[in-house]
Design a protein around this ligand. Structure first.
Ligand code: SF4
Length: 466
């Protein structure tokens, strides 16, 4: 019997889907790429964006139509607002929060489905637990013990060299444009012992790129002050392990919040080779008044202090950010301040989004008063600015040799795609698939918008020797 999962939303949902696969495969199901062959169809949904929710409805109506011809079990989990959950209960067979995932085998049994593993096990369905109540409540569970059970599931990693480790779930920041605190609940930090064990295991298996995930990753430990180490100490332990292991790997984290970005975090990244020199620090707006309306709890001066410290202590680090244009009430002058911020900080990458109200978020109750045309113009202005800075930076790398991790085939035929430690895209001519998942060194010959092109130095050396 087979299963198929659709994962929408951010890296956190992708990481959640790896654990979901583990639980389903333990029940004896096998993955299929073909939805029409699957006996179990699931979605890791994202209520944070309306587009993702629309995709859920399209999918489930197709699946429910298919139920006329075959026995199917459908479920939805992930980041779901209570209002969406209520609607999903009428459409899906099972609706559950990610922290209820360990109960999935019991839910399926309650549904009356005999799983492949239970057919082989006369003692009953593996994972079945006494006292299970089907998930029907409208409020997401807030019990930290539930998410701890979820973290204990060994994920079924979707890559052999790149992995995500959830270190925290939920968010206490309540930015007015964001629904995450309502879909995932309050911040809960995962025990550091478990995080380090998962990381050690990945490194032993040869993983090269590991990302620590959380909605607010650098407030790690704040929910357990005195009982858990803070984020910079977690990084330090990873750095010490990296030094002792003698293995080559890069560790990233996303996303941190400027409010919790301490000097200790920057200092510890500077000290250890395995802590990647790439900082993704969302700023959202270049205007203090907009930041107040967004309830970001930081101002531009504070952000400037952090960037100065990063540039001083981590001179080779790349800087990424997130920006929203056309937030409710954003004036021309306030937008100009964001343009000035782009000019001042010269980000290597900025994920720029036009504001759209997200159901459940505080700002969805305010008038979305910036015309779409204005939002589009603002988006274009910032994108042009980003491309301009990106070109200057990328051209400064031409002629240099860069260490890269090969991540797969490039869209350009006959080329492989790789990432630098700072997550800049590098392509080079090669059809040697065995390089995927390996580090190599590339001499940069040219720079395009958002990418670099070069030659694999190992090949140049071979040619020189022959
Ligand atoms: S910090 Fe703000 S934007 Fe990020 S998850 Fe929390 S509420 Fe959402």
């Amino acid at each position: 019997m087979k299963y198929h999962l659709v994962t929408l939303g951010c890296q956190m949902n992708k990481s959640d889907s790896e654990r979901t696969s583990t639980v389903i495969e333990r029940m004896g199901y096998r993955w299929t790429d073909a939805e029409e062959e699957a006996d179990i169809l699931g979605i890791l949904a994202c209520s944070v964006r309306q587009k993702s929710i629309d995709k859920v409805y399209t999918r489930i109506s197709k699946w429910n139509h298919r139920k006329k011809d075959r026995n199917l079990l459908t479920f939805v989990s992930g980041c779901i607002l209570p209002a969406d959950r209520e609607k999903f209960l009428k459409l899906f067979d099972l609706v559950f929060t990610v922290d209820e995932l360990p109960d999935l085998p019991s839910m399926i049994r309650q549904y009356g489905i005999v799983t492949p593993a239970s057919l082989q096990s006369p003692a009953g369905v593996p994972g079945a637990e006494k006292g299970f109540e089907p998930a029907t409540g409208l409020e997401p569970k807030k019990n930290p013990a539930e998410i701890r059970r979820f973290w204990k599931i060994n994920p079924h990693y979707s890559s052999a060299f790149e992995a995500f480790i959830p270190i925290q779930n939920g968010c206490d920041k309540f930015c007015t444009f964001c629904a995450v605190p309502y879909t995932r609940g309050r911040e809960v930090s995962r025990p550091s012992g478990e995080i380090l064990a998962e990381l050690r295991d990945l490194v032993e298996k040869g993983y090269k790129s590991i990302t620590l995930l959380g909605q607010n990753v650098n407030s790690y430990g704040h929910d357990k002050l005195g009982d858990e180490i803070p984020f910079h100490q977690l990084l330090e332990k990873i750095g010490e392990f990296g030094k002792r292991s003698g293995k080559d790997f890069w560790v990233y984290f996303t996303s941190p919040h400027p409010r919790d970005m301490s000097e200790e975090v920057i200092d510890v990244i500077a000290r250890y080779d395995c802590l990647a020199k790439q900082i993704h620090l969302p700023v959202q707006s270049g205007d203090d008044k907009v930041l107040i309306r967004m309830n970001r709890n930081h101002n531009i001066d504070r952000y400037r202090e952090i960037v100065r410290s990063v540039r001083k202590k981590l001179p080779a680090a790349t800087l990424f950010t997130d920006i929203i244009v056309g937030f409710t009430g954003e004036t021309d002058e306030q937008f100009e301040n964001t343009c000035r911020l782009m000019e001042e900080f010269r980000f290597n990458m900025a994920y720029i989004a036009m504001y759209s109200p997200r159901p459940g978020a505080t700002s969805s109750r305010w008038k979305d008063d910036i015309p779409l045309e204005t939002k589009k113009q603002r988006l274009q202005i910032l994108t042009d600015e980003l491309i301009r800075h990106n070109r200057v930076y990328n051209r400064s790398l031409v002629g240099k040799n860069l260490r890269v991790l090969v991540v797969g085939e490039d869209r350009k035929k006959g080329y492989l795609k790789a990432l630098t430690e700072g997550r800049l895209i590098v392509r080079f001519p090669s059809d040697d698939r065995s390089l995927v998942g390996q580090f190599t060194e590339v001499r940069i010959n040219s720079a395009a918008d958002f990418s670099l092109e070069g030659e694999n130095l190992a090949i140049i050396e071979e040619l020189n020797e022959s």
